[in-house]
Design a protein around this ligand. Structure first.
Ligand SMILES: [Zn+2]
Length: 372
């Protein structure tokens, strides 16, 4: 890349012209931090500096040297370009949460520990109230995450497909592993009916679980309407209804989800610190871990003291991924950097963090990942 003139502060504040548009590949070179002398990092706790050469703009590299201790697991990257470390499998002997055989065949039954536990907890809550209820988990993620067939997402252990609770024509519980499309009246071709009460209870159980945060329940519009109508009619907490209303959504760009729920969970704090990245909407009530991320950012910024270019790139990428607007101020000194590629990275990332514009290199973090 040819040398550029130093770009003034005004440009960074969103007045970049088309001629100054960055070359995303120019800094999405994926060069590994592994090539660095790691000594500057050794003073910091391991979790602070995820040894993660994230190739921003081209997806996420599987982290080298990250491992989960017993019973621990975490999600890395985004739901559609990420990985899973220490994935927990669904149990085969759970009373309320069953596993679809096809998902066992596909080896897509691993999630983060917290996600698997949340699935079990929600299914258990429903079956306590309606004994005999059986929820079937469909595809989650592969043991190590990454791309799996049939899905654009499900990469990082934070997506889960679930069957609907159904009743037969006689009103009896008729749950099963099939995922058949429900028509406008909430009926399968075989005449089974969407159970408004139990499906609402399931949604409520996830939203009331303090250990996880749900971003989306992808579900068809007519089924969403049935559950919300049921909730209002039975006097559910209006705040819960508002949250359900915001999180249940029929995706515009994939299957309408008239045959199953697809849940997406936000990254947990520990995961954010290790390179888990949320995309799209952050609902108003969720904990964004701003205070903890702030602390993390000040630790990462300490790497700049080394003065190395790779450290600078790493710091810019990590602060961008942490996606906290207050992180932008730490990058301001880098807009005067002698290296033009570092200047461009810093300017782009500051603009992204402040919501001024979305440079191509960061576009994948504003995507609404589809629910497939
Ligand atoms: Zn899905």
């Amino acid at each position: 890349m040819t040398a550029r003139r130093s770009i003034p502060l005004l440009a960074m504040l969103g007045l970049m012209t088309a001629g100054c548009e960055p070359q995303p590949m120019g800094w999405a070179d994926g060069r590994a931090l592994a090539s660095l002398d790691m000594s500057p990092f050794s003073l910091l706790p391991a979790v602070t500096v995820a040894p993660m050469p994230t190739a921003v703009g081209a997806g996420f590299d599987r982290p080298e040297g990250l491992s989960a201790s017993e019973g621990q697991s975490f999600s890395v990257g985004t739901a559609s370009r990420g990985y899973l470390v220490g994935g927990t499998p669904l149990r085969r002997d759970h009373e309320a949460l069953k596993v679809r055989p096809v998902s066992i065949q596909r080896r897509a039954i691993h999630g983060t520990h917290d996600v698997i536990e949340a699935l079990e907890r929600a299914a258990t809550a429903v079956s306590r109230r309606w004994p005999g209820s059986q929820l079937y988990a469909g595809d989650i993620s592969a043991k190590e995450g990454g791309d799996i067939r049939h899905h654009a997402s499900h990469n990082s252990g934070r997506d889960a497909d679930l069957t609907f609770y159904l009743r037969g024509p006689n009103g009896a519980i008729a749950d099963g592993p099939d995922m058949e499309v429900l028509d406008r009246d909430g009926r399968t071709p075989g005449g089974l009916v969407f159970d408004d009460a139990r499906n609402w209870e399931l949604v409520a159980a996830f939203l009331q679980n303090p250990n996880v945060q749900v971003q989306w329940f992808f579900v068809a519009r007519h089924l969403r309407a049935r559950m919300l109508t049921y909730a209002k009619r039975t006097g559910a907490d209006p705040r819960l209804i508002a949250r359900a209303s915001a999180t249940m959504r029929q995706p515009g760009d994939s299957s309408p989800h008239a045959d199953h729920f697809h849940l997406r969970f936000y990254c947990q704090l520990e995961e954010r610190l290790r390179g888990c990245v949320d995309t799209g909407v952050r609902h108003g009530w969720i904990d964004t871990f701003a205070a903890e991320i702030e602390v993390e950012i000040s630790r990462i910024v300490a790497l700049l003291r080394s003065g190395g270019d790779e450290e600078k790139r790493y710091v810019i990428k990590r602060i961008g991924q942490l996606a906290l607007s207050s992180g932008a101020r730490h990058l301001e000194p880098l807009i005067e950097d002698p290296d033009p590629t570092i200047r461009i990275m810093a300017i782009d990332t500051i603009a992204f963090l402040r919501g001024v514009r979305t440079p191509p290199a960061w576009a994948h973090l504003t995507d609404e990942d589809v629910g497939e």
